[in-house]
Design a protein around this ligand. Structure first.
Ligand SMILES: C[S@@+](CC[C@H](N)C(=O)[O-])C[C@H]1O[C@@H](n2cnc3c(N)ncnc32)[C@H](O)[C@@H]1O
Length: 320
C-alpha cells in the first residue's frame, strides 16, 4: 500500500527554494533533495552500479555478510522504517533475515515517488512483510509511520547509503535527535556511514568516467526548466566534484562557464563566469565518529560492522 497525502513538494515551495538559493548573495545553492525527481532517481540507481561508486557495494557486502548478526539485535522488532529507501535493493538482505523470525511491517519513506514505486516493486515478493510506503520528507514520514505501531511493537529505523552525510555535521546531529524524539527507548537505528579515504578513490566516485554523476547533477537545472519554466542552458554549466578537507566532505557544484542571466517565470538570476551553484555535500567519517554522534544524540552505538575493501561502517544505535 502506498500512502500519499497530496504532493509533498508543491511547485510553489520548489520555486521559492530555487529563488532563495539562487538570489542570495555569496555562494549560490540548490537543495540536494531536489536532485531526486523521476530522472534523478533513475540516474542515482545507475550510479550505484558504476565501478567507481564503491559505496553501495560496500554496504551490500556488510549486509550480506552480517545480516544474521544484525538481525540478532533486532529480532524483537516488528516495524522497520527506512528513510530515503531509494530502490530498496539493499534492504532485501535485512528484511529477509528479520522475516525468518516474524512477520513485520516495512515503511519506506521517500521524497521521490519513482523511488518509492520501484522499492515497493523490488520487495513485493517478500513473504511475511507488509509494505506501507509514505511519499514524504524523512522526519514527517517517520512520525506518520510510527504513529501506526501496534502496542508493544518496537521500531527499527534504517538510514543507509551514508545519506546522513548530505547534512552538515551539526545539522546531522540535530537530525539524529529528530529521529530519537520520534521513537522510544530500546528502538534501534541502523546508520550507514562512508569513511574517510584517499582522494584517488573518493573523487572518481563523484566524477565518473561515463558522466552519470554529471548528468545527475545537471538534471537539477533541467528539472527547473521542466517544472518551473526556467531557461537554463545546460551546456553552460559543468559538473564539479571537489573535496573540502577542512569539512571532510565531497561537494558537488555546477560551475557557470560564462557570465549569463537565467530566468524562471518572473525571477532572473545572474551568474558570473566561474561562479558555482552548490548542489550536494557528502560528508565522510572517522571510524569512531558515529559512536560519538550516538552518545550526543540520545543513542548508544552498540555495534559496528566495517567493510575494509571500500571503507564503510554500518552502525547500530539503540535509543536510550
Ligand atoms: C543517497 S540516496 C540513498 C538511497 C538508498 N538509501 C541507498 O542507500 O542507496 C537518498 C535517497 O533519499 C531520498 N531523499 C532525499 N532527500 C529526502 C528527504 N528530505 N526526505 C525523504 N527522502 C529523501 C532520495 O529520493 C533518495 O532515494
Amino acid at each position: 500500500m502506498l500512502i500519499r497525502d497530496g504532493a509533498i513538494h508543491s511547485v510553489d515551495s520548489f520555486a521559492e527554494d530555487v529563488r532563495d538559493g539562487l538570489q542570495q548573495t555569496g555562494q549560490k545553492t540548490l537543495l540536494s533533495k531536489y536532485l531526486y525527481d523521476d530522472i534523478g532517481s533513475a540516474l542515482f540507481e545507475a550510479i550505484t552500479r558504476l565501478p567507481e561508486y564503491g559505496l553501495t557495494r560496500a554496504e551490500e557486502r556488510i549486509l550480506r555478510r552480517h545480516s544474521s548478526d544484525i538481525a540478532q539485535f533486532l529480532t524483537a522488532h516488528g516495524m522497520v522504517v527506512e528513510l530515503g529507501s531509494g530502490s530498496g535493493r539493499k534492504t532485501r538482505q535485512i528484511l529477509e533475515s528479520l522475516a525468518h523470525h516474524q512477520s513485520m511491517t516495512y515503511c519506506p519513506i521517500e521524497i521521490s515517488s519513482a523511488a518509492l514505486v520501484s522499492c515497493e516493486r523490488e520487495l513485493d515478493d517478500l513473504t511475511h512483510v507488509s509494505i506501507l510506503g509514505f511519499e514524504a520528507e524523512y522526519l514527517d514520514g517517520l512520525g506518520r509511520a510510527v504513529a501506526r505501531r501496534r502496542h508493544g511493537e518496537a521500531v527499527t529505523v534504517l538510514f543507509l547509503g551514508s545519506s546522513i552525510g548530505n547534512f552538515d555535521r551539526a545539522p546531522a546531529e540535530d537530525f539524529l535527535r529528530g529521529i530519537r524524539q520520534r521513537i522510544e527507548p530500546g528502538d534501534t537505528l541502523l546508520l550507514g556511514t562512508d569513511l574517510e579515504k584517499p582522494l584517488a578513490q573518493l573523487i572518481p566516485a563523484y566524477d565518473d568516467s561515463l558522466g552519470l554523476t554529471e548528468a545527475f547533477n545537471r538534471n537539477l537545472l533541467a528539472r527547473i526548466n521542466r517544472e518551473l519554466g526556467g531557461d537554463f542552458d545546460l551546456s553552460r554549466f559543468e559538473h564539479v566534484a571537489l573535496y573540502n578537507a577542512r569539512e571532510r566532505r565531497i561537494e558537488m557544484h555546477l560551475r557557470c562557464m560564462q557570465t549569463q542571466t537565467v530566468s524562471m517565470d518572473e525571477a532572473t538570476f545572474t551568474f558570473r563566469s566561474d561562479e558555482t551553484i552548490w548542489t550536494e555535500s557528502c560528508h565522510k567519517y572517522g571510524r569512531h565518529e558515529p559512536v560519538e554522534m550516538a552518545a550526543r544524540t540520545g543513542f548508544e552505538c552498540v555495534a559496528q560492522w566495517m567493510d575494509e575493501e571500500w571503507g564503510f561502517a554500518e552502525n547500530l544505535f539503540v535509543a536510550v
